[in-house]
Design a protein around this ligand. Sequence first.
Ligand SMILES: C[S@@+](CC[C@H](N)C(=O)[O-])C[C@H]1O[C@@H](n2cnc3c(N)ncnc32)[C@H](O)[C@@H]1O
Length: 273
Amino acid sequence: MAEAHPSRPAGTRWDPGQYHRFTDHRLRPALELLDRVPIADASLVYDLGCGSGNVTRLIAERYATARVCGVDVSSEMLEKAGGVPGRVEWVQADIAHWEPEGAPELIYSNAALHWVDDHAALIPRLFGVLAPRGCLAVQMPLSHSMPSHVLMRETLADGGVNGSRLGDKALAAAVARRWVLDAGEYHDLLAPAAESVDVWETEYVQQLEGADPVLEWVKATGLRPILNGLCDAERERFVEVYRERLRRVYPRRANGQTLYPFRRLFVVATRRD
Ligand SMILES: C[S@@+](CC[C@H](N)C(=O)[O-])C[C@H]1O[C@@H](n2cnc3c(N)ncnc32)[C@H](O)[C@@H]1O
């Protein structure tokens, strides 16, 4: 169970089964991030927000002699991670307060740090605990201005009919919050202590299969605070209105697929000393 967060709806529960419905699309950026990590050998590696550990296990294969730890706040995710035999150590902790048990050569985080507040403090703090020449590698979705996420906020605000707001103001404020900074801000936060900073963005034009696949996609990630934060009747109303809006914005193509363009930000920085 996720811990309460001051500026995020309490109890954002994760559903490993839903998250893994689109494994290939979710794995690709994780591997592209790992591919850019310029660390040959390591003795201590952390995967922050490791989820059910699919990527952590690949990191452990790449750094075969390192102690590799997967850190996550969700007991559901860690239970799934621990169900697969292997040498990765699983640690339950909130990244906001987490501290390593030594100076890691690599802190890796795929699709997780956007759930953690105050990057202006968090990113330099994570960079600062690395070993000399250590690497911070982060990927986060740039979803705030994507139509799927704009429609989430609109649907909460109007419930499909003007004046029928769903949920309370705290939920609306948490969902409206922009968690990820601009690319240049990450550069500026890291550059003073860095040997190198590589920041880039990629938009994946994802080809999704099945009925209402964009809804199914966001149900595992960005929609979770809303699904967890509404009562049953409001949730039903929200999903009904939101599904129709998504269908209009992301129509099914002639071959049955739905295209879901998805933009992601990557940061790979190494410490100077
Ligand atoms: C979208 S999943 C990504 C999982 C994994 N990194 C991957 O690439 O498959 C996001 C994960 O971040 C975790 N998470 C969110 N906020 C967190 C926090 N404050 N501290 C630790 N983990 C967190 C969630 O529990 C979830 O497992």
